[in-house]
Ligand binder design. Sequence first.
Ligand code: HEM
Length: 136
Amino acid sequence: MTSHIHSEPILQSLELVAERVGDPTPLVYAELFRQQPEMEAMFVNDRDGAVRGHMLSEALDGILDFVDERKYADNMIRAEIVNHENLGVPPDVFAAFFAVIRDAFRDALGREWTKEMEEAWKELLVALSETLPAHA
Ligand code: HEM
């Protein structure tokens, strides 16, 4: 399945965040815990942040596949929803992580966040919500 999301502004936003702040992990999880404070306790055993970093990199890789060839992202997301529900992460909170990434990136880029990035991320979030089981 090929998607019709404008992938270029998404890629640009990822690259620019990497240039401006390096590793976005702290920003993204600060935003997550601001929006979903009850989720912070789930990461108490992740003392060195390795799980948080790995989870974010899988989510970002999934996004890159999702806006390109969609070879595995749909299946990965559906599988992770189930895994996370078993961990105690409600599906709507799981899905909200993608918007958290967008919010953290938009904040990090400030005036460098473009209208094209805003539109493309909107398309991406709508398309991701459509791949969730509730829409199957
Ligand atoms: C707010 C939403 C989310 C919360 C609260 C959350 C929470 C967690 C927690 C607590 C773990 C550690 C599990 C363990 O200790 O065994 C974990 C692992 C993981 N999560 Fe999430 N998750 C969320 C969203 C996502 C999303 C959207 C993705 C990707 C599509 C994802 C991918 C992963 C992966 C790949 C791991 C394994 C990382 C590793 O063990 O190195 N998560 N998640």
